[in-house]
Design a protein around this ligand. Sequence first.
Ligand SMILES: [Zn+2]
Length: 699
Amino acid sequence: MLKNLKEKEIRDKIIILQTEINKAKQDYFQNDNPYLSDNEYDSLVERYKKLIKKFPSMIPENDKTLGIGSTVISSFNKVEHSSPLLSLANAFSSSDVENFDESIKRFLGKDLSSDIQYAVEPKIDGLSLSLRYNKGKLILASTRGDGKIGEDVTHNAKTISEIPHHISNAPDILEVRGEVYILKSDFIKLNQSQKMQNQKIFANPRNAAAGSLRQLNSEITASRPLRFFAYSLGEISHNLVDNQKDLIVLLQKYGFKTNEEFYFCNNLMELMAVYEDFNQKREKLDYDVDGLVYKVNDFSLQKRLGARSTSPRWAIAHKFKPEESFTKILSIEIQVGRTGTLSPVAKLDPVEIGGVMVSSATLHNEDFIKGFDSSGNKIREGVDIRVGDLVSIYRAGDVIPKIKSVSLSERGKDSTPYIFPKFCPDCGSIVRKENESSIRCYAGLSCKSQVIERIKHFVSKKAFSIDGFAEKQISQLYDLGWIQSPVDIFFLKKKHGHTSDLSIKSLDNWGEKSADKLFIAIEKSKKITLDKFIFSLGIRYVGEVVSSILAKYYEEWEVFCKKMENLSLKNNLAMEELLNIDGIGLKSVNELRLFFSNNESLKIIHELPKFIEIEKFQLKNIQSSISNMSIVFTGTLETMSRSEAKSIAEKMGAKVSSTISSNTDLLISGDSAGSKLKKAKEKDIKVITENEWLDLIKK
Ligand SMILES: [Zn+2]
């Protein structure tokens, strides 16, 4: 593909990538405020490297894009390192590590079947620091800077308790290098206290460590929970040890902390085993680790191997699989949900993220694609998402993959903004904006996707729980016209049983056994509790919790159904009653009204109960002085809050309502009770005081 690009386009591409890399470096090294993750940054650099490798003639003169770090800021004195602080080359896969091992053997002229010994240490996500001791006294601490010139942060480094100021029996000149970092647990505490004091919140422990070490005021550095791991040497007046393993022991003797996760490996195979083991436990460590560093153990071999321009040949950082990756959007598809909401989904060029292949990511809604959140604020700096875009995808935990950012440098000139459809991609009806963020197809049961999704919901575990009835089967029977509403499920055996001309068992992918299994599951599902039945209707904002509150309140389907039909007739009393039930909000009430005034739904709810048995809601057998009573609180209670009183009443098996109705059994009247007390007296409802209430619940 690159071959077809015109020269100017390639040059443009190189310049854009350079700009992005340099901006990222500046944010990372100078402002301690990276907007790209390490993985995104690595990916940018990899693409840049590929491009200039392919078109070496296009590399601008004096290109420093791939140099380490960035120019140092002026607030600190500049320090030239006695020997450069190199950065490590990265290995992203085991084959990269194999190549690394092989290239060392080739370089050293060794037999490829011979073994190289390695020292392995976690790559801490912190800030490199070089410490110079003169006759055992700490005289200079400097940051990495650009690798050659760093910043003098001696005063600040001296405030870190894990950095010794004096070393006994040290050679005249000794440079110790290591990493300044902050524990994850300390990072959380630090941000909490920053927040309390209205100070800057740090994005991650690394930023916090960098920001703390590079303070102009040492007192601030001293107040920060900085730590230090030592892991290598810089300049040294005479040799003390001849390998990395012994060096770690020596550093400990000098009073430095070294990482307890140190491994010695006899060969490549052992490296791989350590990597696998460590990958399992790294989450449990109290500091961020983004990979393992493999170092050739023998210093004489290290010396022979030397360094390339910016990285040593004798070491490599084996990165852990990223929880995010870059990939291309192949297409944007619209899925129509159970309630008709149109959800855009990005179909991706499959990519591995954290060990899982990912081929689609949610795009949430039209605004998200355009670059705005639900409140109209810019996200991704307002960059929209288009088909063909290179995007970074991330997974947090087990959630559906999401899009984090768009790489504008990879966007082609012929790319056009995505236009959200005006018609339902499934049934062709005009779609309408339902609220700020969602667009909905209102075709209901004439829209296939909605029917399939509704039936899927109807047969799901928490509803009718009909096993062996997945989307594939539902879709197949829908296409045949055998199932168009949940009611049809209960006719399947009668109409499409084994003796029928149109039997399920004779369909593709079915047999007598699987058909029987389905019939049995359907038969078994016919007895259902009221809460599950309400849930199975798939009404928006009437999920598991709301369904069970409704079932508890109305107890019987007939009662519930009657009230809902009143609701649909815009009966204000029915609406008020619903709104007064604890846990029922206006959104649910509106959707209930919509559902019960829709002819298609009405047909279903009138038909269904003919084939099934809806069990009356059973309060858990609570025997108490107020069980099964409908009670109302009014006025101010002295001894407990209203919520606590309600919760006690419910635990004792009572139903709590906020208004007086003919169903009310008891009113508990606190201080300054008003209209409810009056109403209760009019209706001849029993009224008790707070003290009487306390007596009641003691029993
Ligand atoms: Zn539709």
